[in-house]
Ligand binder design. Structure first.
Ligand code: PMP
Length: 295
């Protein structure tokens, strides 16, 4: 089913509209100049995991792009929950997006209306489930994450995904599931929609998120690892080090925790720590019994 012809409703500037009617004009500033920010959230058993953190990041991303979303974080939370309920799903993906509208066309659009829409759909697994268990294969991307002086790298801004789509398409054409992107300095950064971790000698290693998204899943995984007593090292990781790592996985709201079996010529096993963290993550995203009973 194409994404513009699905069933149900979309929350659009404060009201529910039929899914197929949630449209914007072709002369929308965001379409021409990438003045849009978004979130990706997941509901498990009717509860959106870390919803407040996601919706606060949405507001913060907009501020980094110099615009203010005309709703409070509480209002956005409530709108996400209502949209989820209206769609009637308990396990679903939640996509809020905010953008500059169409009153003025040109680079400057100081007074254009800021819009907010929220769509909810079922997105069971970002990667092929069979592939997920044995680990996905990553290509090396030809594009690098930009210097934070070149782009608002902390914002979940649509413009930053241009290099992600190009990198992922190139990887898929070569038979890979996704691509590992280096940063502007040539250090390991992240995948096109997920953060990356490595395991060596029982420790987790992950790049310091100084020029890419410090994912909410990434922070969750770090907490889960530390609760297990596993040391987590955030540092600069060079591509030359890939040969020395034993395990690798990526993580994000859509990808959850997904093991990686290959990055270009390097091979990894889906080891015990990766499996333990996959299970820990599934356990922590599920609402507590009490929350389910009360709902
Ligand atoms: N990096 C990129 C480029 C992403 O698109 C995502 C998904 N939002 C992530 C990392 C992971 O972020 P999170 O865990 O907050 O979903």
């Amino acid at each position: 089913q194409p994404f513009d012809q699905r069933e149900g409703v979309i929350w659009f500037d404060g009201a529910f509209v039929p899914w197929a009617d949630a449209k914007v004009h072709v002369l929308t500033h965001a379409l021409h100049y990438a003045s849009a920010v978004f979130e990706g959230e997941r509901a498990y058993g009717g509860r959106i995991f870390k919803m407040r953190e996601h919706n606060q990041r949405l507001i913060d991303s907009a501020r980094l792009l110099d615009f203010e979303i005309p709703y409070s974080v509480e209002e956005i939370d409530r709108a996400c929950e209502e949209t989820l309920a209206r769609q009637g799903f308990v396990d679903a993906y939640v996509r809020p997006i905010a953008w500059r509208g169409s009153e003025m066309m040109g680079v400057a659009a100081q007074n254009n209306t800021i819009h907010l829409a929220i769509a909810v759909w079922q997105w069971p697994s970002y990667f092929d489930p069979a592939q997920r268990l044995k680990g996905i294969r990553l290509d090396m991307a030809q594009w690098r994450r930009p210097d934070p002086k070149t782009a608002p790298s902390k914002a979940k801004a649509t413009g930053l995904y241009m290099i992600c789509t190009m990198s992922k398409h190139a990887a898929e054409r070569r038979g890979y599931a996704d691509a590992l992107m280096l940063d502007w300095r040539g250090q390991v950064a992240e995948c096109t929609g997920a953060n990356i971790f490595f395991v060596k000698d029982g420790k987790l290693h992950t790049p310091t998120p100084d020029c890419f998204l410090d994912g909410i899943t990434r922070r969750t995984v770090i907490d889960l690892a530390r609760k297990r007593g596993v040391e987590v090292v955030e540092r600069a990781i060079l591509p030359e080090e890939l040969a020395g790592f034993e395990q690798c996985f990526i993580c994000g709201t859509a990808a959850e925790v997904t093991p990686v079996s290959e990055i270009a010529e390097h091979r990894f096993v889906v080891g015990e720590l990766t499996q333990a963290l996959m299970n820990d993550y599934q356990a922590v995203v599920q609402p507590a019994e009490a929350a389910v009973a009360a709902a």
